[in-house]
Design a protein around this ligand. Sequence first.
Ligand SMILES: C[C@H](CCC(=O)NCCS(=O)(=O)O)[C@H]1CC[C@H]2[C@@H]3[C@H](O)C[C@@H]4C[C@H](O)CC[C@]4(C)[C@H]3C[C@H](O)[C@]12C
Length: 324
Amino acid sequence: MCTAATYQTRDFYMGRTLDYEFSYGDQITVTPRNYPFSFLHMPSLSHHYAMIGMACVMDDYPLYYEAFNEKGLGIAGLNFVGNAVYFDPKPEKDNIAQFELIPWILGTCASLAEAKESLSRINLISTPFKKNLPLAQLHWIIADASGAITVESTADGLHVYDNPVGVLTNNPPFPMQMFSLNNYLHLSPKQPANTFSNQLDLSTYSRGMGGLGLPGDLSSASRFARVAFVKQNSISGNSETESVSQFFHILNSVDQQRGCCEVADGKYEITLYTSCCNATQGIYYYTTYDNHQISAVDMHRENLDGETLRCFAPVTGEQIHMQN
Ligand SMILES: C[C@H](CCC(=O)NCCS(=O)(=O)O)[C@H]1CC[C@H]2[C@@H]3[C@H](O)C[C@@H]4C[C@H](O)CC[C@]4(C)[C@H]3C[C@H](O)[C@]12C
C-alpha cells in the first residue's frame, strides 16, 4: 500500500508513504538541468528542469517513484495493480514509456496546467526499462500549488481526473475512491452528538471522540478516507518546521507497521519511507521505517546546471537523543 498527499501552508508540500515488502535500492536523487534524458520514442532532452525525488538508479538512469521539479510541480506513482494498462505506440501521440512519465512531465512542464496539456498528447506505452525488470502497474498524482490531478491509464485509455482532495492511494480506480468519501460525510472533528435515536440515552463517554467512525484498517479505500479526513481537518502554523511536522503527522495516520499486513507467507508490507517535499523551496524531507528523525536534501545546494546525477543513500537506523 502507498499513500500520497499534498498540503498547502505558506509553501506547497507533497509527499508519500512507500509501502512494500522490500526496497528496490532507493536513493534520493537530484537530476540537474543538463543531465541528458533520452526517451524511447521522443526526442532527447539535453536541457530540462532540474528535479529531485526518490529513485532507483539503474544504468545511470533515475527510475523515480516520486519527484518534483525546480518549478514546484510534483508527481508520485502508486501501485494500481490489475487496473493499469499501457499500450503499443500510436503514431499520432507522444509515446511515453511508463518509467519515462516522471522525467518527461517534470523535465518539460513548469505547472500543473502545462502537465495537463502535455498529458492530452500522451500515450503510455508498455515497454519495460529492461527485459528482466517487471513493468510497474501504477497510477499517478500530479500537483502544484494550484491543485492536483490523478492520471490513470486503463483498458479504455488515459484518464486525467481533477483531484480536489489532493490524496491518492491504490485500488480501486480514483472515481470510486472519491465516490466512497460520500460514506463518510457525517464525520466531524467535533465531539459527536446523539443522532442515533432520541429514545436512547447515548452519550460521549470520553474526550477526543472527533472523527468517530473513521476507518482504521490498512486497506487502500480506508487509507484514502483516513488521510483525506486528516488532511482536510489539519491545522498547523505556516513556518517550515510547523508545516513539515504536520505533514508527517498527516501521513503517519496511514503508517504501516511490520506484522500487520502479510502479503505472502512471512512477508510483511511496511512503510519503507515517508517523504515530504517542500516543492516551493526544493527540499526533500524523509523518514525511514528504522529512522524517525527527519533527514533532508536541498536541491539548491547542488549544482543544478550539472550533467550528472547526485544520489544520497537514505539515512537509516534510529537517531536517539539521550537527555541524561
Ligand atoms: C512498489 C512501489 C509502489 C508502492 C505501492 O503502491 N505499494 C502498494 C502495494 S499494493 O499493491 O497496493 O499492495 C512502486 C512505486 C514506483 C515503482 C518503481 C518505479 O515505477 C520505477 C521502476 C519501474 C519498473 O517498471 C520497475 C522497477 C521500478 C523501480 C518500480 C518499482 C516499484 O514498482 C515502485 C517502487
